[in-house]
Write a new protein. Structure first.
Length: 93
């Protein structure tokens, strides 16, 4: 995998960066997702019919994961997310 990304980066670092983020998101779902989430989400992501990304950068924290202020708090069967993000890689249309 890393040889492919290295070759891609020689042509377009932006595309390569996005593909590595997409790959990481797929890995997270495959590793930590429920069976329902895996079956529902992964086929479209793996075929690239759907795209994935994550929100890391925050105002005042940048991309330093240890300084992030956003929190997910369990609220019964759901989570409440509190915080703000400044940038989402691949978050455009």
């Amino acid at each position: 995998g890393s040889i492919i990304f290295e070759a891609l980066a020689g042509g377009c670092t932006s595309t390569t960066a996005y593909l590595t983020i997409h790959n990481m998101c797929c890995w997270i779902i495959d590793t930590f997702g429920t069976e329902d989430q895996k079956q529902r989400l992964l086929p479209g992501l793996i075929s690239m019919d759907k795209f994935s990304s994550y929100c890391l950068t925050e105002p005042g924290s940048g991309s330093d994961a240890s300084s992030l202020q956003t929190r997910a708090v369990r609220n019964g069967d759901y989570y409440t997310l509190n915080g703000s993000k400044a940038f989402i890689s691949g978050g455009g249309r």
